[in-house]
Design a protein around this ligand. Structure first.
Ligand SMILES: C[S@@+](CC[C@H](N)C(=O)[O-])C[C@H]1O[C@@H](n2cnc3c(N)ncnc32)[C@H](O)[C@@H]1O
Length: 146
């Protein structure tokens, strides 16, 4: 087993509820037996989630990312141990510094503004067990992400 792997209890607890939402949303939005899809996971953390989802959705090429080197190494450890062909090597992506270091997404209104700017439309919200939520936005084909 890879030494770099970090196991986070909260990630272990919520991977199943998140999977249930993905199992609901992905076939509905992209069609059952969807052709090859790609998914970018922002702030992947340990990598527990991406390998779990990749095992369930073999038709999706998963791209994990995080800002923290210890998580990048942990993700690499999970990928190596699970021997999955549909997970790419993790990227270092900082989601806050590009526009303004003080900027962050704090509430749904902020998310809605960013989504609108990028041609994305709110679609659905799912309650998670630990008092948090999954929100789904869909992007029209015509507009490239800003
Ligand atoms: C609470 S963890 C969530 C991890 C994972 N998605 C999960 O559900 O278990 C938050 C993650 O955000 C990452 N993070 C913090 N600041 C970031 C930034 N500026 N850009 C990208 N990721 C960042 C952290 O390194 C950490 O992995």
């Amino acid at each position: 087993m890879s030494q770099s792997k970090i196991v986070v209890e909260a990630a272990e607890r919520n991977k199943e509820p998140i999977l249930k939402v993905l199992e609901d949303v992905i076939p509905e939005k992209f069609g059952a037996g969807s052709p090859s899809l790609s998914a970018l996971e922002i702030s992947s953390g340990s990598g527990q989630h991406v390998v779990y989802f990749a095992e369930k959705f073999k038709n999706i090429m998963w791209q994990p990312s995080d800002i923290d080197e210890k998580y990048i190494e942990s993700i690499k450890g999970f990928i190596a141990d699970e021997n999955l062909e549909n997970v790419k090597s993790p990227l270092v992506i900082d989601i806050t510094k590009k526009e303004n270091e003080a900027w962050g997404l704090r509430d749904v209104d902020d998310l809605e503004k960013e989504a609108k700017k990028n041609g994305m439309t709110f679609d659905a919200m799912f309650n998670m067990p630990a008092n948090n939520k999954i929100l789904v936005w869909l992007k029209s084909e015509e507009k490239e992400l800003a």
